[in-house]
Write a new protein. Sequence first.
Length: 120
Amino acid sequence: MQAMQMIMPRKGVVSDADRMKAVSRCQALLEKEGFIEFRATAIRAKEGAGSPIIRAAKGSRTVRVLILLEKEVDLEETREKLRDSHERGETRVYVPWPLRWRLLSNLERWGLDGIAVTGW
């Protein structure tokens, strides 16, 4: 089995505890699927620290996972990030469980088919 390599964002980029918990939970789910290399980066939001994107690799397969908190689910900026990521390859979104259906509705309305949504 290969060793797991984790490259976390610079200190201060992902600042709040909820976001860090979400990143840890997301990485644990990806590990269960066999992904072994992670790179977490934060994309600057207009307000706040920004949504982390985790790039996970399993051999030649790469997946981008956007982690959203409640205030980010309905933002125009979120739609743009998702569209950009989806155009680049396989994309997933990780949100608090109660928001899963709202995000699925948004994805349908925004015409972004094929993006998997997982809740915690």
